[in-house]
Write a protein that binds this ligand. Structure first.
Ligand code: CAO
Length: 425
């Protein structure tokens, strides 16, 4: 048995934030039924397309292990089917724009009446407050959650990061909220609302920067490069380039080949307990006892000088050679790995973190599998569903409609796009 076997999810999610959440639940064994608008479905099916007439990688990589039914929830019969789905499922997950579910005729109170055990989980851009009615995408969340103002270099623009902390990050938060609510339901017998705002999710991930904001009141942030460079701090946490976010100073340093390879770099951490080993490796044994370098405090104003010297050493090695040598001495470091290198990494393939999936319309493609490993519930990654692939199956086997009733639902137009309905009429 899989960990979430027996849990049925009414998946009303689209784009990225919500689908990452329901994909995780599907990997843990839940039966995830994705409800999509007839004709178009999730808008990402047709976005950033690379293979003609095949669902995009954007869609396929976020919707594994789900079933898809098409349903027009604004159609009278479609609403009746949705009511039956609500009565049958354990969790409804949605990331519609603010107010959409209410306008559809399914506010929380209605859902609760239909199924008091149902957990309703929602992602919105903002929580209650001045921006609660705003639609939000990834980069807006990164900007409003504190990530952009603290990412980049001091003398440059605020930067967004490639890690989708607003979308996938909030999806992860929501998944935890859902399984927690499912656990509470085992005692209370009741459903509840689970909400997660993307701004809140990003701020949660930027927690250490709010830490630094408060430390500023008590003096300069001595581990920031800016301190060693004698640049005064302003009133807010500054951008800190590649400085380490913790108490052990670190930097990205050039390695052999950096002139032609944009990823020939290594992250190097001057962890205090291994300082003496670092001095030996880079050929500066006198720094072990020199009062200017011997203690972490003495080193803080000299970080630029220290990292320049370490970089002279890393530039004589490839990033993998440097990693091998430094690991021998327990010096924390990590090569900058490109997406190409990660895609080819055999150890990630062996653990199922990178998987090859076969799709009837696009053929084989790579995806990221479940990064969360459960020893008793391993994830088995299955391709994403075609649009409406399981409509009849769900109507019949999950909702218990007879063959005649299924035919009549289809005839009502609830599962077909308007153009197809008009042509049939
Ligand atoms: N049948 C009939 N209508 C449907 C339907 C279905 N199966 N599924 C959706 N719809 C309708 C909705 O009822 C809604 O109609 P109304 O506006 O008339 O009420 C309409 O589709 C649009 O929904 P939406 O506002 O969610 O979609 P959008 O493309 O305009 O906005 C987004 C997209 C992502 C900006 C918005 O959904 C949002 O802010 N979501 C919350 C935050 C979030 O998750 N953002 C991350 C997205 S990933 O980067």
């Amino acid at each position: 048995m899989k960990a979430l076997e027996g849990v049925r999810i009414l998946d009303f999610t689209h784009v990225q934030s919500g689908p990452t959440c329901t994909q995780l639940l599907a990997w843990f064994g839940a039966d995830v039924i994705k409800v999509e608008r007839p004709g178009t479905g999730d808008i990402t099916r047709g976005q950033l397309m690379d293979v003609p007439n095949a669902d995009s990688l954007y869609f396929t990589m976020l919707n594994h292990n789900k079933r898809s039914i098409t349903l027009d929830t604004k159609n009278k019969t479609g609403k009746e089917v949705l009511e039956r789905l609500i009565k049958t499922c354990d969790v409804l997950v949605e990331n519609f724009g603010p107010g959409v579910l209410d306008r559809m005729g399914f506010p929380w109170e209605t859902i609760q009446k239909l199924n008091p055990r149902m957990i309703v989980a929602s992602i919105k851009g903002f929580g209650p407050g001045p921006y609660e009615d705003c639609k939000v995408y990834e980069n807006v969340a990164q900007c409003t959650g504190g990530a952009a103002s603290t990412t980049g270099f001091r003398d440059g623009l605020p930067l967004v990061t490639g890690a989708q902390i607003g979308d996938s990050g909030t999806g992860l938060h929501l998944a935890l909220g859902i399984v927690t609510a499912l656990f509470q339901r085992t005692h209370s017998g009741k459903g509840q609302r689970v909400t997660c705002a993307m701004q809140d999710g990003v701020l949660n991930l930027c927690r250490v920067k709010l830490r630094d904001q408060q430390r500023l009141a008590h003096g300069p942030l001595t581990e920031y490069s800016q301190f060693g460079e004698g640049v005064p701090f302003g009133s807010a946490t500054p951008r800190a380039g590649n400085d380490s976010g913790g108490g052990q100073p670190g930097r990205i340093l050039k390695c052999k080949g950096w002139e032609g390879d944009p990823d020939a770099y290594i992250y190097f951490i001057t962890q205090a307990p291994v300082w003496e080993k670092i001095c030996d490796v880079i050929g500066e044994p006198t720094w072990k006892t020199d009062p200017n370098f011997a203690t972490p405090k003495a080193r803080l104003p000299r970080l630029n000088q220290i990292f320049e010297r370490i970089e002279q050493w890393t530039m004589t090695k490839t990033k993998f050679e440097a990693m091998d040598i430094l690991n021998e001495f327990d010096i924390p470091c990590g090569p900058i790995l490109s997406m190409k290198e990660l895609a080819e990494d055999q150890s990630l393939r062996a653990t199922g973190t990178v998987v090859e999936v076969d799709h009837p319309k696009r053929g084989k493609y790579l995806s990221v599998g479940n990064p969360i490993k459960l020893s008793d519930s391993p994830a088995d990654v299955k391709r994403s569903p075609l649009l409406g692939e399981h409509t009849e199956e769900v109507l019949r086997d999950v909702l218990g409609y007879s063959a005649d009733e299924v035919a009549s639902i289809k005839a009502s137009g609830a599962t077909e796009p308007p153009q197809k309905r008009a042509a049939a009429e």
